[in-house]
Design a binder for this molecule. Structure first.
Ligand code: CDP
Length: 210
């Protein structure tokens, strides 16, 4: 059995950084499942196909190759927005979740981060973390990231965007974002990344020992 760490949480909660660092620390594979939804969105956007046609989206999902997910190429804001619209489609989710489960099964195990890892993709994960922060703190982080990378955005627009994304991700019928019953909650609102990492390490170490 491979060792699986499931990490869920809303946009800009810090789950991605945590997932990468935990995977490196324990020598586990890492999958940012958000990139799989982004890859579907980008495939449709690139050739000007509509985002509301489930059959087209499923076909695009079937073509997603987990070994070829390019974070930089998928990082655009519009791609994330389109991804969250496609992510409400159950048939798209089924195709991607199947690929994510195959990834998780590979030895020696994996850290997966997303919205439904502890609840749907890997309900038997050895450790489940639910990483959150207030919308205001998350908007500040996302805003600072955009500015640091040379982009333009106002804090208010980023906050509105985060709230809209939260609503869509938490409100959808299929696999809404919510903590699994057995998830450990990590609220990073007043934590820097080092503190969040140490908090997560303590939880995972305990699970590995047990
Ligand atoms: O980092 P950010 O929140 O911008 O987005 P992401 O993690 O790349 O995910 C983009 C969108 O994909 C999310 O808003 C979700 O709607 C969807 N998603 C999902 O439904 N399930 C997952 N396991 C991961 C992402």
């Amino acid at each position: 059995m491979s060792f699986i760490v499931a990490i869920d949480g809303p946009a800009a909660s810090g789950k991605g950084t945590l997932a990468r660092r935990l995977a490196a620390h324990y020598g586990l594979n890492h999958l940012d499942t958000g990139l799989t939804y982004r890859a579907v969105a980008q495939a449709l956007l690139q050739v000007g196909l509509p985002l509301d046609n489930e059959a087209l989206a499923v076909a695009a999902a079937e073509h997603v190759d987990l070994a070829r997910l390019d974070r930089a190429a998928l990082s655009e804001h519009g791609v994330g927005e389109a991804a969250s619209r496609l992510a409400v489609m159950p048939a798209v989710r089924r195709v991607l979740v199947d690929k994510q489960r195959q990834f998780a099964r590979r030895a020696p195990g994996a850290v997966l981060d997303g919205r439904d890892i502890g609840t749907v993709v890997c309900p038997d994960a050895a450790v489940k973390l639910y990483v959150t922060a207030t919308p205001e703190v998350r908007a500040r982080r996302r805003h600072d990231e955009i500015i640091a990378s040379g982009g333009a955005a106002t804090y208010d627009a980023v906050l509105a965007d985060i709230r809209r994304r939260d609503e869509r991700d938490m409100g959808r019928a299929d696999s809404p974002l919510r903590p699994a019953a057995d998830a450990h909650l990590i609220d990073t609102s007043t934590m820097d990344i080092e503190t969040a990492f140490r908090t997560a390490l303590a939880i995972v170490d305990k699970a590995r020992a047990g």
